[in-house]
Write a protein that binds this ligand. Structure first.
Ligand code: NOJ
Length: 563
């Protein structure tokens, strides 16, 4: 059924999407690794929270160099997670709980253990050679000076040959050659296969990297390693529109599925190409606000002393770009980000339930489909690791060494990765104050917990009405059940505030106006609270001043001039 995709109303605009990182969600067979059966077991919890769709990070066959974003077989499930029958059961059981399933689509690269790649190496004359990007060595050195996203040269030498293959990410993630039509056909067949299984859609990984500048030229170095970030030559480059249009037409469009592109590097002014009436995707993720604490959103040692004013500007600029072009996403966490509570609440005193609720009400009602990352609904925080050996994530290990190379001490390097490590959000989910936090029944988990006291846990929060969990539940009820016309489809207007530290906006229709006001600082700030019904408040009362990190959602008494 072709989708009425750019109609004002659409089912995927009404979704609230919860991201599951399967390795860390729930370990049903007690082997230390979360699994698909574990997700099925926790569907009642997700239904209770009120979400309507899950996005499951990769569960495909994989050597797990990048925790599943390195796929060795698109048609098979990693045995650590279960099997294809489990996935089919997940889709069916989720449906019974009113939940749809979105999966991750990783098509910029595969694992180096994918048979296409092993064939490409074993038989250079085979058709698989051209599924990847091989280039001759130049004077025994890599073809150019591009630095991979996970550090070091983006080129890996092929053993026994005077050539290299390209990997935008880890060396175990060789890039696919999208210039090759035969490769593209394989990808479209695979996507069709998954859509026929009944998944609701895809979160499309690293999709702005599929087109490389065909000159494969070097650029001036941007680090003391003599390399330059690959993104300048391989991210959102001219010509990508041909691939993205074809991808949409041959797959997504035929099924009316939902698509969310991970699209870093797209200028706001170009959002229309991605999410406009003829856009490649239904929505994209925008990282300007999420990456406010690091320069260019990349190397973690390039930290920024950001202000709330800048954060707000980034947030609202992205909102305006979404609105001008189509539909957006709103999120504060994912599996690549540290915990928002630790990143965005600068005063540690308020890295508590008050702060978690402030962030929740601040982002949730913006224009777009909201995403919640597992554990965010409990107000989880970052850990504080003391040794590099405690980290699993390849990007954390790379960033640690890059920081040392750039002249930082090991203590400084460790601090950078504690603040930014992707492991922060990948720790096992704390279900209860019991053995291993109820993640499993006692086996050593694949990654250390955030805190071993399990003070923050789902069981406790489900039974306490003023918990962060219940706050999120209420946000979802307000958006989806009580005020959908205004909170999903209504206009969005940033509100002027005397203080730069207040984030305030209105969602409004002809006859309703809801206001979200959040003090993003640790000091009381004056704000004239509009007269109306208070729908949510993370404090017990409202004074003449907004209290530190106070957030309020108000349904304003409207006059005709206001709307
Ligand atoms: C983006 C994913 O979110 C991240 O986890 C992964 O490492 C890279 N893409 C490479 O697939």
């Amino acid at each position: 059924m072709p989708k009425m995709e750019k109609n004002r109303h659409a089912w995927w605009k009404e979704a609230v999407i919860y991201q599951v990182y399967p390795k860390s969600f729930y370990d049903s067979n007690n082997d230390g690794i979360g699994d698909i059966q574990g997700i099925i077991a926790k569907l009642p919890y997700l239904q209770e929270l009120g979400i309507t769709m899950i996005w499951v990070s990769p569960f495909y066959q994989s050597p797990m160099a990048d925790n599943g974003y390195d796929i060795a077989d698109y048609y098979a499930v990693n045995p650590d997670f279960g099997d294809m029958q489990d996935v089919e059961n997940l889709i069916a059981c989720a449906k019974e709980h009113g939940i749809q399933v979105m999966i991750d689509l990783v098509i910029n690269h595969t694992s180096d253990e994918h048979p296409w790649f092993t064939q490409a190496l074993a038989q250079p004359q085979s058709k698989y050679r051209d599924y990847y990007i091989f280039k001759p060595a130049i004077n025994d050195a890599p073809p150019n000076n591009w630095r991979s996203i996970f550090g070091g040269s983006a080129w890996e030498k092929v053993a026994g040959e005077a050539c290299y293959y390209l990997h935008t990410f880890h060396r175990k993630q060789p890039d696919l050659n999208w210039e090759n039509p035969a490769l593209r056909e394989e990808i479209y067949a695979m996507i069709t296969w998954w859509l026929e299984k009944g998944i609701a859609g895809f979160r499309v990984d690293a999709i702005t990297f599929i087109k490389k500048d065909q000159d494969y030229g070097s650029l001036p170095a941007d680090g003391i390693d003599g390399l330059v970030s690959i993104k300048w030559k391989s991210r959102n480059r001219p010509g990508i529109e041909v691939f993205l249009n074809e991808l949409k037409e041959r797959t997504f469009q035929r099924f009316g599925c939902v698509t969310v592109g991970e699209a870093p590097g797209v200028p706001l002014a170009d959002y229309g190409q991605f999410i406009g009436p003829q856009g490649y995707f239904d929505m994209i993720f925008d990282f300007h606000a999420a990456d406010i604490d690091v320069e260019n959103g990349s190397e973690w040692f390039r930290r920024r002393d950001w202000t709330v004013k800048e954060f707000k500007q980034a947030l609202f600029a992205s909102q305006q770009a979404f609105i001008a072009s189509g539909w957006g996403t709103t999120f504060i966490e994912n599996h690549d980000q540290p915990r928002a509570l630790s990143k965005l609440i600068r005063d540690p005193v308020f890295q508590n339930e008050t702060g978690a609720k402030a962030l929740a009400a601040m982002y949730f009602f913006m224009h777009g489909t909201p995403f919640i990352y597992q554990g965010q609904e409990l107000g989880m925080k970052n850990f504080n690791r003391t040794r590099i050996e405690q980290f699993d994530d390849i990007s954390s290990i790379d960033n640690y060494h890059r920081a040392l190379t750039e002249g930082f001490t090991s203590a400084q390097a460790l601090e950078f990765i504690n603040q930014r490590s992707r492991d922060n959000s990948r720790t096992p989910f704390p279900w209860a104050k019991t053995i291993n936090g109820g993640f499993n029944s006692g086996a050593q988990p694949w990654l250390e917990f955030t805190h071993r006291d399990f003070e923050i846990n789902a069981e406790e929060q489900r039974h306490r009405s003023d918990s962060v969990f219940h706050f999120y539940q209420r946000l979802i009820q307000l958006r989806n059940l009580e005020y959908p016309e205004v909170l999903i489809y209504g206009n969005f207007s940033p509100l002027e505030t005397h203080s730069d530290d207040i984030v305030a906006y209105a969602r409004h229709t002809d006859n309703q106006r809801l206001i979200s006001i959040t003090n993003m600082s640790n000091t009381p700030l004056s704000y004239v609270i509009p007269v109306g019904e208070v729908l949510l408040n993370n404090y017990d009362s409202i004074d003449s001043n907004l209290k530190p990190y106070q957030t309020i959602i108000i349904k304003e008494c409207v006059t005709n001039e206001q709307v």
